[in-house]
Each structure stands twice: as C-alpha cells, then as structure tokens.
Design a protein around this ligand. Structure first.
Ligand code: AMP
Length: 895
C-alpha cells in the first residue's frame, strides 16, 4: 500500500546497502517464518539533520470520521550500531494531510499535520539480515479526518534505523444489529472519542413500530442505550430476533401481545399465522368477546325459583343456572301467565328465562326457563321477636332465636343480616340457615355487631326482627410505658404540634419543647432532622442550629466558585481560643428578597444539624451584618466531578472505593436522621486534601418540599433527571431509596472519572431508556462487584434497592478483600469486535483486548487509608498489630 519513496530532489540518495540506506527504500526481506516480505527501510544514522519522507497513496475516507493507523515496524537500538554518535534516533513521526484530490503529485511538508511521534514499545530488536531475526513493534494511532474526501499519510524519518513492514488503515463501525425487533444498519462511529451517533432503526419483517426505535453508536463500535422498538404483527411472535408465524393450535390477536398463545378452551386453529381461533361445534363467541376468551355456550335454566307474596305484589328470587356456559353475563327475563295481578287471591304462573352473550349466536330458539305458580294475598311470617347469644369468643358469636309467633305456613329458612355497629348498614353480611341457631365467625375482636333475623315461608320473607347488639371478646392489651403515655398526654396538650414518627413530619412552634418530647418518645441516641421550613420564624431555626460568627474573625482570601446565591470564597477563620482554620465562605449577594434570605440561611440550618466526618461541617453564620455569610470547612480539592475529570485514570480502585465508602457513610448518617438529600451527585460532593469525600449542597430539598404544584411548574426543571429515581421523577416520591438510586449514579461517575451519566443523550431519552429497563453499563475497568452494586441501586422497585447501611457493609468488605475488586468485566469489556473496515490491508486481523489493571495497591499510608474511611482512631491498633503498609493489609481477615 505504500507508494514509492519520496522522490523530491532535495532528499539525498545514498547507496542501497542495508546498514547505510540514505532514504526510504523498498527492500525484500524474510520474516521469522522465512517468508519473503516487502518493507520500506531507512537507516541513515551517521549523518545529522535527517529529514526523509515516505508518503502513501491517497486513501479515500469512505464516510469515516476517525481512522486508525496500525503501523508494524522494526527499529534498531542506537546502542547496537557500532560507531554512531548523537545523530542516531529511535523514533519516527507520523503525519497526515486531508485532500479531495487523489493524485496530488507534490505536497509540501508544511501541509502535513503531525499525528504523533512513534517509538518502539518492545525492547529494541535487531534486524539481522544474516540470522533473519525480526520482531515487530505494533503501534496504533487514531486521527480525525472529516474535512475532505480522503487523506494521505506520511512517515518522517529523522535519523533512525527503521523498517516499515505494514501499515493498516481502518475505521470502526457499530455492526448491523437487531435490537427490540428493529434493524440498525452498520454505522460508522463518530469523529470524537466521546461522541455518540444517534441511529434510527427500522422494524423487522412482519412487525410494526411500538415506539420509534433508536440507539447510539459509541466511539469504540459498540451499540449503547436502545430505546423504543417494534412489536410482531398479529399472528406473529418474536423468535430469535425475528417475527415468526404462530403455529397451528396457537394464535396472536394484537401486536402488543407478547407471544402466540394456545387457542383458548373449545377453540382451534389449523393454519400457521392465526390471529384468532375458531370455536368447536356447539361453542360460540359473541361479537364483543376478546380472542383470548374461551368459546362458550348459552346457559341452562335458572334454578330454585322462590316467590315472596306481599298481598297483591310478588317478589321472585332464583339461583343462577347450573350451567352458565362458561360466561358471567347471564341475563333473565320473566313472563307472567294469569289474570290482573292487582286482584286478590288470584293464581299466577311466572316463568324466568336465562340468556347470555352467545344465546343469539347459538341460534337456539327459546331460552331455557323455570316457572312458579303463586296465589296473591297469602300472609308472610311475623318477625322473630328475640335473639340470644349462646357463646362468645374474640372472633365469633353463637346466636339462637325462637320461631315467629305467627309463621303463617311452613318456615323454609331463616336469614340473618349483621354488620359492625360503627359501620351502620353501609356494609353488611347475610347468612341463611334452616335451623334456629347460627355460628357467626370471622368477626373482629372487641367489636359491637348488630343482628336482624327474618323467616321465609312459601309466601316469601317476613319482616326483619328489631336490632340486637352483641360484642365479641377483646385481644389482650399491650402494656404502654409510663414515659410514652405521659409524652402523648403532653403532645395532646401542646398546640401546633403534630408528630408522625417513622415518616417524620414535624410541625411545631417551639423547638425546645419538641426536643424534650422527642427525647421521651425516641430511643436514646436517635437524632432526627428537623426541617427549618417548619419553623414559623426562620431566624429561630438559624439560632437553634448555627453559631453566629463575628465578622472580624473571618479573613476572606479569594473566589473559588459560584453558588446559587453568590460567590463562594476561601479564607481563614480564627475563633477565640482556637487555632486558625481554612474555611469556605458563601455570601448572599445584595438586593435579596425575604424568600432568598430564608432559602440561603436554610442550608446552614440544615447543615448545622449534622455532625459526621463525611458531611460538610458548618462552622457558623454571619447574620448580624451584611453580606450574610455561611462559613463551612474548606475542601481543598473542590467538587468531586471536576476533581476526578482532572485526575482521569490516576487512582487505584481501592482509592475510588475509599471515596465511595466515605460518601455512603455520610448518606447512611443522613438517612438515619431521616433526611432525604434529593440531589446526590458527584458535583455535590466535596473532596479535601486527604481525598476524604463529604456530602454537601443541602439546597434542593427545600425547593421541592411539599409543593403539590412543583411537578407542573418551572420548578420541575430542578429535578436532576440523570441522577433521580424514576418514582421521584414521575410522582415526586423522594425517599432514602431514591437517594440510593442517585448514589448508584455517583458510583458510576466516580468509577468513570467524572463521565457524564448517559453521555450527551437528552433528558427525555434518558427517562425513556430508564423506564424501558436500560441501565448504565460498567465503566471501563470497573470491577464486576461495583457494577453489580450500581445495578442493585437502580432496581425499579425501590423496596428492592439496598439501604445505605448495606452499601456501607458491602464497600467495607471490598476494602478488606481487595482481591474481589480485581475481576473486571472480562469478556464484557472486550468490545464487540467492531467491523474494522479495512481501507488497505497489511497483516492479520484486528483484535481488541481489554486492559485489566494490575493489582490495585494504593499508594497511601495505612493512616491515610484509615482516615479516608473514617476509621483513623484505629491507627494505633493497626500499628500495634504490625500492619504498617497497605500491602500487609491485603492479608487482613475479618477476625
Ligand atoms: P455550591 O453553591 O455549594 O454549589 O458551591 C459552588 C462551588 O463552590 C462548588 O462547586 C465548589 O467548587 C465550591 N465550594 C463550595 N463549598 C466549598 C468548600 N467547602 N470548599 C471548597 N470549595 C467549595
């Protein structure tokens, strides 16, 4: 593929002996298998100021935006060349020049752009023509080519002894694939190493669009984030990524149905691809019946027809037909035979017919029926006069009663109606019995029930008895502690106080009364976060939770950032009797409203309630003079996301896990206090000079707090979509479990050194992808256990996500057994071999291999490590036990 050596006159020609080549020359040599190969060689190591160029033919770009150049070459070690001085070099330079012309005869040196200086990565090997020893170096460089139709490559020698064996130029594509029943074409990757190419898919044969299918082609040739997809058409189902016809005996009625289903009972399909099954003979389907329903039959006749006569009116009651034909839509019609029903003592015959949804489809004549004859003006039985209790338990009552004084015929049965007294007759139960007792079971303990009984003869039901009330027995009482009782009494007395412990919501006007009440109610040591917005007076909250600092003890030095309310500066604070410390100072810019003042100070009122090594510490506030200030401890390395981006790839896995451990510990503390952060993200974690991570930014909670309008106003824009759990986005269910979701995203940010979650996808696509079950893949070199922990944090069901306490335990275990962190995704990180489309081919085929890090031994001292995980108090213990360096810690067991 290489074109002839540069014939520019200004390059000297030398003799053609191997050791003294004066310019690039085409030379045949034997490779290690003794097969002749052509190489380009140059070896002008004795003379200074070499500038020998070798240029390729024009290479068409063919749509590629980033091309990879793999160069195989051998290079002689200058030391191995006898008698060479400082003129000998051990590198060469790779250049490119973009051009629309495929036959540029002369290209100026200055129009080439340098890609890189290439050196041998193997120990130098000697190209010995006599012995034919030849080992190759392989180097790959990539370059963005977007401006012209093609390009030239050039190799500049500046005095090395070098043989170019092959140059292979290729670009990467995401290979043609089928995902969610949509075909995505072979797609050339983007121009930049981090760019994603959005690709629309098209539905496979026999399928229809469910939601526009979309995927992103990543720079390494792997497909990312499938969204949307297609459904197989009616009569077809998905098998192996294609839509295949339902076989005989199966059917699929709608495209949304997931798969072909067996024909429902009493139906069949004889041909492939059925969208509905036909009914067996004698069975039918109504027009409105879904295809999934069994074929059914008309009902049999109604049963047990009972007439209840009240002077000149008759009430008919019957039981449903014995055979409903497999349906629940039976309807009844009544025919009467006889004279005018308003006349007394007249005999009538009533016929009740049963029909259902397929009675008409069956084509049967008249509907099956049952008849009864009655004589009007026959008296019903008189009411039961007395009900007694024979036995009572916590869940049952055994009742008995006497026959009515005037039965007016043979009593056929009694009906008992009862309900809880508190419920009135809103919900009642009915029991029927032939005897004069009934055991009523399934009742609630210590509950009063009301009972009525009535009798039925051939003339129908008599009136109900008057109500009788009986109570079930009670459950044994639990004992309530005196302290709690008195606390509840106090609570009732105190105006304006509502407490729900568990889902803590506190509304009160006097905090000290509240704390004393809580100390009675809660187990010792449980501290609960108090929302400063529940204070009627915000200054009272600040007073309760933050220390007022005299402005004269603060020395402001420089601006370090920009916050929501104004500048953030660093400086020093010297409090009386204490040593000077570095602090961060947030100030509220002039011209603020009451609301802004309250919002600004609320962050301090929240922060001031926390005391934990992984939560940013509040030193105090300045509220007595302007500008208002919030003073916190100073975190030398600023926010975690920017810090990681700045130190990309520079930490060991244990160091990253140490950071995550700190964040989890801080979050566990917050969740134990019932505080929900709502905006946990790497940008809101601050890092100090010892790499200790602390949770900060306690602002967002107030923005979303209990505002039913928030979802419909601009405020919804305040939800950080990429970091927020689906239930919190959809119906604003913010809980510790939604913080756990965000923690999983922070884990991903940390392991990927500050990569943006879901890259440059838009929020809408992120929400859709997450809703459809997509989860961020493991970042490069991410230990499998960490990615699994992330996936656990991203469980759709929030109850299934781990607690911060479980996360902390897990991370502690990993830190104790660093071996478990060594397994990265293995095969998963061997990128799907992109179709490295060869523009020109040299040797072999392309293989991409993952980079598995060496053993993760951190470079810290034992003390630094203990400090980073908040366990520095054990420094002496570790030293006494002989753990003096981190390597010795690798052998640390649980004991
Ligand atoms: P915030 O208003 O808390 O988001 O702060 C804005 C920026 O100021 C942050 O992104 C940090 O870079 C910086 N910053 C805030 N607090 C501190 C701190 N305690 N120590 C160091 N830098 C801080």
């Amino acid at each position: 593929m290489l074109c002839c050596p540069h014939k520019d006159k200004k390059f000297s020609q030398g003799d053609k002996k191997q050791e003294t080549l004066r310019f690039w020359e085409e030379v045949s040599i034997m490779d290690e298998k003794n097969i002749p190969i052509r190489t380009y060689q140059v070896c002008n190591v004795l003379e200074p100021s070499q500038n020998n160029w070798l240029r390729t033919d024009w290479i068409p770009r063919s749509g590629a935006q980033r091309v990879y150049v793999e160069v195989k070459f051998t290079l002689r070690d200058c030391n191995s060349l006898p008698g060479v001085t400082g003129t000998c070099k051990e590198t060469f330079n790779l250049y490119y020049h973009e051009s629309n012309e495929d036959r540029e005869s002369y290209i100026k040196e200055s129009s080439f752009i340098k890609v890189d200086t290439v050196a041998a990565d193997e120990s130098f090997t000697q190209v010995d023509v006599g012995d034919r020893i030849m080992k190759l170096n392989t180097e790959v460089r990539d370059v963005k080519v977007t401006t012209k139709k093609g390009f030239y490559l050039a190799f500049q020698d500046v005095g090395a002894c070098i043989a170019l064996v092959s140059v292979r130029v290729f670009y990467k594509t995401c290979p043609l694939t089928i995902r969610n029943l949509a075909t995505f074409p072979d797609t050339v990757t983007g121009a930049d190493t981090s760019s994603l190419v959005e690709v629309r898919g098209s539905c496979v044969n026999r399928s229809e669009e469910r939601e526009e299918p979309k995927m992103y082609c990543g720079a390494d040739g792997e497909w990312l984030v499938p969204i949307g997809g297609c459904f197989c058409s009616p009569g077809y189902e998905e098998r192996g990524g294609a839509c295949k016809a339902c076989t005989a005996g199966f059917y699929k009625a709608r495209s949304v149905d997931p798969a072909c289903a067996k024909c429902p009972p009493h139906s069949y399909s004889l041909r492939d691809g059925a969208t509905v099954c036909d009914c067996h003979t004698g069975y039918f389907r109504a027009d409105s019946d879904p295809a999934s329903m069994s074929c059914t039959q008309p009902p049999s006749a109604p049963q047990q027809l009972i007439s209840v006569v009240n002077e000149t009116s008759v009430v008919l009651e019957w039981a449903p037909p014995r055979r409903l034909g497999g349906r629940s839509d039976a309807i009844y019609s009544v025919d009467r035979l006889g004279e005018n029903p308003h006349l007394t003592h007249t005999r009538y015959t009533f016929t009740v017919h049963a029909r259902n949804g397929v009675s008409r489809a069956s084509g049967a004549g008249s509907a099956p029926s049952v008849s009864v004859s009655v004589t009007t003006n026959q008296a019903a039985p008189s009411p039961v006069s007395m009900i007694q209790v024979l036995d009572v338990t916590r869940h049952s009552l055994l009742l008995s009663w006497q026959q009515p004084d005037r039965p007016n015929g043979v009593i056929l049965e009694y009906e008992v109606k009862f309900y809880e007294k508190d419920q009135k007759e809103r919900s009642y139960r009915i029991m029927r019995t032939f005897s004069q007792t009934v055991d009523v079971t399934g009742l609630s303990p210590l509950t009063v029930y009301v009972f009525h009984v009535r009798a039925r003869t051939a003339a129908g039901y008599g009136d109900f008895s008057s109500p009788f009330e009986f109570s079930t027995n009670s459950d044994p009482f639990p004992l309530i502690g005196e302290g709690v009782n008195s606390a509840f009494l106090l609570l009732r007395a105190a105006k304006n106080i509502y407490i729900t412990y568990g889902a803590v919501q506190l509304i009160y006007s006097h905090s000290s009364l509240l704390s004393s009440l809580l100390s009675l109610l809660l187990p010792t040591g449980v501290k609960i976060y108090v929302d400063p917005f529940t204070y009627e007076d915000p200054d009272q909250a600040i007073h309760d939770f933050a220390k007022e600092i005299d402005v004269s003890s603060i020395h402001i030095e420089k601006v370090i950032g920009m916050g929501e309310f104004g500048e953030v500066c660093s400086g020093r604070l010297r409090l009386q009797g204490k040593r000077e410390i570095y602090v961060a100072i947030k100030s509220l810019k002039a011209g603020y409203s009451d609301k802004q003042r309250r919002d600004f100070l609320s962050e301090a009122s929240i922060m001031g309630q926390f005391d934990h090594p992984n939560i940013i510490r509040l030193e105090g506030v300045v509220t007595r003079c302007k500008p208002l200030m919030i003073i916190t401890e100073y975190m030398e390395n600023g926010s975690l996301d920017a810090f990681l981006r700045k130190h990309d790839g520079q930490f060991t896995v244990i160091q990253l896990v140490g950071m995550l451990r700190g964040i989890a510990s801080g979050m566990k503390y917050l969740s134990d206090m019932n505080y929900v952060h709502r905006d946990l993200a790497a940008r809101n974690i601050l890092v100090n000079s010892n790499l200790v991570c602390k949770v900060s930014d306690f602002g967002l909670s107030r923005v979303l707090e209990d505002d039913p309008e928030a979802a419909y106003t601009a405020r919804v824009g305040h939800i950080p979509i990429r970091w927020t759990a689906p239930e919190a986005i959809t119906y604003r269910k913010f809980t510790t479990s939604s913080d756990v979701w965000s923690y999983g995203i922070v884990m991903w940010e940390v392991v990927s050194y500050g990569e943006r979650p879901y890259w440059d996808m838009n929020n809408q696509d992120v929400m859709k992808a997450v809703e459809e079950g997509y989860r961020l893949p493991a970042p490069m070199d991410c230990p499998v256990v960490l990615h699994q922990l992330m996936l656990d944090c991203w469980e759709r069901e929030r109850a299934e996500r781990p607690s911060f306490s479980q996360i902390l335990n897990m991370l502690d275990k990993l830190i104790r057994n660093p071996g478990t962190l060594r397994r990265t995704g293995g095969d998963r990180y061997i990128l799907p071999i992109p179709t490295g489309t060869m523009l020109e081919s040299g040797l072999g085929s392309e293989v991409c291999v993952s980079v598995v890090p060496e053993a993760c031994v951190p470079e810290w001292s034992v003390y630094e490590w203990l400090q980073s995980i908040g366990l520095e108090i054990y420094r002496e213990t570790f030293a006494a036990a002989g753990y003096n360096n981190l390597e010795s810690l690798l052998a640390l067991t649980h004991q």
